[in-house]
Ligand binder design. Structure first.
Ligand SMILES: Nc1ncnc2c1ncn2[C@@H]1O[C@H](COP(=O)(O)OP(=O)(O)OP(=O)(O)O)[C@@H](O)[C@H]1O
Length: 653
């Protein structure tokens, strides 16, 4: 190292990080040794990073794509607390847990700010509260410029939140994801060509031009992260929150990601992210630092001020030490420092921050909201876009689709073969009874379980997209249902077509009754599946679904109404399975069906007269209309309950 370089290093405010790597990236993304790039002050360091972390030469693109200028949105928060209740396994009682202890601070527009602290310090919790992603359990005030933030839509329009797991649609390519997002977010405000060129430009700006046609599932961790950012940049929000954007990335992708965020901040956005333990190089790229320990703020200010601040309280950062690591060590108590004291010193600096804030000329929130001329898609357009997107994803996932269809066809052949010809004979009436039960059980299971298991996975993407104002809940739910319902009907009918024919059931109006009740029952089960999937964690959903199906299937098949203990008779009345099954059996053997065939070699056929079956099963006086109403009512009720629970989950966090 030259004497000159040595001098430069010792002049750096982060002089304890002399071990900083000097590697950089060329325009084609290769790692190489940096030449004369280390700058002694933070303003110039940015220059260094801009030179080093050039996303495949997309600097020009960064300049080319101009987002409309929006007024600055500064975020000020005061006395934020967050409490939650936990269950103590040792004391067997609920206990209140204080996670944030009245933290205050300021994040300014045009700056890239980091919330740092050891694991469990409350970083994600604070970020979520500031972003509005968590509302319950917290207190304190959050202001955007001078306006106190509440849960109204206009504040949500100003922010974008990117969770740690990006939660992207894995079956779409990068450009498809962008184009759907552009359509949803910008509606009819710009032409289709403008939308496509905007999507392309943003992707190029973020160094994803090579990945236009790559499925999101195949993107690398860093590319996924950049795609998640690109998707949220479309409507140009002035405030961007990112939860651990660098976690899981290698050092190169990490630097690219932070460098990108820095550039976005320099365009006037307020960018806040949590970060775990950055390298010295990445640490330097942040403008502001907000350090947390045990739910208290122990430092807030420019990154360059950290080492001098710690030194002023007697915590000398050792030479050759990354200040970010040093901060972590202090935060976990390795230097026996009283963290409460650090917290109270940090609180003392708050007044300076307030006066600083007053000095920044603020625009009102209304002005910021009105600074964009774009309007999102209408509800109907949202529905069609989401429907198209789901259709595309389902088509791409054709293995799953084919498996589901094939399973119904194969089981139809197996069941049909096992029970072949049982539909017409008097001596096989009980076997037919078992076939009818098995058929209903199968389509109830497949209808329910296919969505019970897939819906919890949907929830995470739904949460991110809905929170970031991509669409409303109603078009989303309708777009899912109107794709899933026809598919389930096709699957059930494929099974029925094969097994009904093989078992030689009557081909008259009874076929239509059979189809009607099978279809209603499978759709009602599907509605239950959505409800269970939307309200319970996946581990519970996998057994709750089958248990409920088994429980309700007992009524009507294994046990008659009059044999059921009085205390359980209500289950008879609300069981859609019972209603479906009894109606199917009634349709098969009631309604004046003529005598069943009794083979010549048999002297006596107990069920030659079909009404005997329904009399013995105690279903000779059922009301088909009432059963249809019950199944339809329960199906609709479940959809309404699913909608309400989703709404609560998305809006009352
Ligand atoms: N809903 C909750 N119920 C119980 N405890 C919670 C809840 N949310 C957060 N916590 C607790 O609050 C503390 C802070 O959590 P948080 O996720 O904010 O930490 P963090 O600093 O982001 O940690 P990490 O870096 O490991 O992600 C942790 O001890 C966590 O267990």
């Amino acid at each position: 190292m030259s004497v000159k370089e040595d001098k430069i290093r010792s002049a750096s405010p982060l002089r304890c990080c002399q071990s900083t790597s000097m590697t950089s990236v060329t325009s084609n993304g290769d790692l190489c040794e940096a030449k004369n790039t280390y700058m002694p002050n933070f303003g110039n360091n940015l220059q260094m990073h801009n030179n080093n972390y050039n996303f495949h030469g997309n600097q020009q693109q960064f300049k080319k794509h101009k987002f409309p200028k929006r007024p600055p949105a500064n975020l000020v928060f005061d006395d934020i607390t967050y409490d939650t209740w936990t269950w103590s396994m040792t004391r067997f009682r609920r206990e209140k847990k204080h996670i944030l202890h009245g933290v205050s601070g300021l994040f300014k527009s045009g700056e890239l700010s980091a919330i740092m602290g050891p694991s469990g310090a409350g970083k994600t919790t604070l970020l979520n509260i500031l972003a509005g992603y968590i509302t319950r359990g917290s207190s304190g005030t959050i202001r955007i410029n001078e306006t106190i933030r509440n849960q109204s839509e206009r504040f949500k329009k100003l922010t974008a939140y990117i969770p740690q797991e990006e939660e992207l649609r894995l079956n779409l390519t990068a450009i498809e994801s962008m184009i759907f997002a552009v359509h949803l977010k910008l509606g009819y405000t710009i032409t289709k060509d403008e939308k496509i060129s905007q999507a392309t430009e943003i992707l190029e700006m973020l160094g994803l031009e090579e990945c236009h046609h790559t499925l999101t599932a195949s993107l690398s961790g860093g590319q996924k992260k950049r795609l998640a950012i690109a998707l949220e940049l479309i409507n140009n929000p002035p405030l961007l929150f990112l939860d651990e954007p660098t976690t899981g990335l290698d050092s190169l992708s990490c630097s690219q990601c932070v460098s990108l965020l820095k550039r976005l901040a320099q365009e006037g956005r307020t960018i806040i992210c949590t970060i775990h333990q950055p390298s010295a190089l990445i640490f330097e790229m942040f403008d502001q630092l907000y350090a947390l320990a045990d739910g208290n703020c122990i430092f807030q200010g420019p990154v360059s001020g950290l080492v001098p601040h710690l030194a002023s309280v007697g915590l000398q950062c050792p030479a050759y030490h990354n200040p970010a690591d040093f901060l972590m060590e202090v935060s976990v108590g390795e230097y026996d420092q009283d963290l409460q004291k650090l917290a109270s010193i940090a609180k003392g600096t708050k007044h300076t921050k307030d006066s600083e804030l007053l000095a920044i000329a603020d625009s009102s929130v209304t002005e910021i909201v009105e600074s964009t001329t774009t309007k999102p898609a209408s509800l109907i357009m949202q529905f069609f876009l989401l429907y198209r997107r789901n259709f595309l994803c389902t088509r791409r996932n054709y293995i799953y689709v084919l498996n589901r269809l094939a399973a119904h066809i194969i089981i139809g052949i197996i069941f049909g073969y096992l029970y072949r010809g049982v539909g017409k004979g008097a001596n096989t009436a009980l076997a037919n009874y078992a076939y009818l039960y098995g058929t209903l059980l199968l389509i109830v299971y497949t209808g329910k379980m296919s969505v019970t298991l897939s819906f919890p996975l949907e929830m995470r993407v739904l949460k991110r997209e809905h929170f970031n104002q991509w669409y409303h809940l109603l078009p989303y739910v309708l777009s899912i249902l109107l794709l899933e319902i026809p598919f389930q009907i096709i699957c059930s009918w494929s099974y029925i077509a094969i097994s009904y024919w093989l078992t030689e059931q009557p081909f008259d109006f009874r076929l239509y009754l059979f189809l009607l009740f099978c279809t209603l029952s499978t759709l009602c089960a599907q509605a239950w599946g959505y409800f269970i999937g939307a309200t319970t964690p996946i581990k519970i959903a996998v057994f709750i679904g089958p248990v409920l199906a088994c429980l309700f299937s007992v009524f009507g098949f294994c046990i008659r109404y009059y044999d059921t203990p009085i205390m359980f008779r209500w289950m008879f009345h609300i069981s859609y399975y019972r209603a479906g099954f009894q109606s199917i059996v009634y349709g098969m053997y009631g309604l004046n069906r003529s005598a069943l065939e009794c083979p010549d070699e048999l002297l006596y056929c107990h069920y030659k007269r079909p009404e005997k079956i329904i009399q013995e099963m105690g279903i000779d006086d059922i009301n088909l209309g009432a059963n249809i109403s019950l199944i339809v009512f329960i199906g609709c009720l479940m959809h309404v309950l699913t909608y309400i629970s989703l709404w609560v989950k998305l809006n009352k966090r």
